[in-house]
Design a protein around this ligand. Structure first.
Ligand SMILES: *Cc1c(COP(=O)(O)O)cnc(C)c1O
Length: 369
């Protein structure tokens, strides 16, 4: 049996009629930039997050950049985040002129260790970007307390956590959350797209202006911005997918809980933890392969036709672009996890038969010598 890590094609086929007619409609109207579909998406995604506002933008990376920029973070400022995230998080920080300051993660969840944040706060610290990795949610209560105490902004990187909850509240928990709609994400466009949600009207207005050349109406610019707009075509595709989002997240959860149940007692494989007050939305299902067995395990899965991937193999502090700057700093847990983590197939359309096959093979591997 051959099982991909994600299967975007089966999902497309399941909504093909609606998608095809939406694309055709955009082609017919030649309404490619702005317009109703963008407004509709902003409304429905804000409402999905239980927030007042959403700005539809060109990618998750630009969402993070705009949020930092519009909160006034720039030259000389420090922004706290984690080394085990996608480089977009630190690219956004660097692009506004600020410096990423890394905090190591918790072993059990792979999320920022909120007990290690305070020691990294200096007079230059302006913001924290907690990354809700793999669909799990960071310890926001502690992070909000610190932000309050030191007057810091919180920008949540929700690129992997659409619909995740903390104490019954959907992410973002704080003022601003940045989402990616990269095709393979929990909600994926058919190209690049992103979004920023907030309840704060002033910040929303600022971000909306900034993402579209600082203009309120055509050719009237009240400030300088940039072009970070989402394509109308992508908004129309996302509008169709919004109808299914809750159902898809439920399916991810059900599949993931079945994996967790099956792997709980294994010896070479360890599962990550979701705390009781968190509802994980499972962007990817990540296991830890212990005792230096990951290479062997990946080879084993490959031979069985089971696709797998490592999110992420090299912590950012060790990436060649950054390693000079962070050479004297150690992040032992994120290092260890980078060597152990492995993502196995997870997507809403994964069949029971496919999942049984994956579970059986993983159990077999665990049982060998
Ligand atoms: C995907 C991702 C991003 C960037 O999103 P793009 O839409 O690809 O620009 C940022 N942060 C994290 C944690 C991500 O997984």
């Amino acid at each position: 049996m051959k099982i991909p890590l994600v299967d975007l094609k089966v999902q497309y086929l399941s909504i093909k009629e609606d998608i095809d007619s939406a694309i055709e409609n955009i082609l017919e109207t030649t309404n490619f930039i702005g317009g109703k579909p963008i407004e509709e998406f902003e409304k429905s995604f804000a409402s999905f997050c239980n927030k007042e506002y959403c700005v539809a933008v060109s990618s998750g990376t630009s969402a993070l950049f705009i949020a930092l920029k519009c909160l006034g973070i720039g030259e000389g400022d420090e922004v706290i985040t984690v080394p085990n995230t996608f480089i977009a998080t630190t690219e956004a920080i660097k692009s506004v002129g600020a410096k990423p300051i890394f905090v190591d993660v918790e072993e059990e969840t792979a999320l920022i260790n909120s007990n290690k944040i305070e020691e990294k706060i200096t007079k230059n610290t302006k913001a924290i970007i907690p990354v809700h990795l793999y669909g799990n949610v960071c310890e926001m209560k502690k992070i909000e307390e610190l932000a309050e105490k030191y007057h810091l902004e919180i920008i949540e990187d929700c690129a992997q956590a659409h619909g995740a909850e903390y104490n019954g509240k959907k992410v973002p928990i704080g003022k601003i959350g940045c989402f990616s709609f990269f095709p393979a994400k929990i909600l994926g466009a058919y190209g690049d797209a992103g979004g920023i949600v907030t309840d704060n009207e002033a910040i929303y207005n600022n971000m909306k202006l900034y993402s579209d050349h600082g203009r309120k109406i055509k050719y009237e610019h009240i400030k300088e911005g940039f072009n970070f707009r989402m394509d109308t075509l992508q908004a129309e595709i996302l509008n169709i997918k919004m109808k299914y989002l809750n159902d898809w997240i439920k399916k991810r959860k059900k599949l993931s809980e079945k994996y967790s149940e099956a792997f709980r007692e294994l010896k070479k494989i360890k599962i990550l933890k979701t705390k009781k007050n968190v509802k994980n939305s499972y962007y990817v299902y990540v296991i830890r392969v212990l005792n230096n067995k990951r290479e062997e395990f990946m080879e084993f899965l490959k031979n069985k036709g089971i696709a797998n991937a490592v999110h992420f193999p090299i912590p950012l502090n060790k990436q060649s672009v950054y390693k000079k700057e962070y050479v004297h700093q150690e992040f032992p847990i994120s290092n260890m996890l980078a060597e152990e983590v492995l993502s196995i197939p997870l997507f809403p359309e994964l069949t029971e038969e496919q999942q049984e096959y994956i579970i059986e093979n993983i159990k077999n591997f665990d049982g060998k010598d």
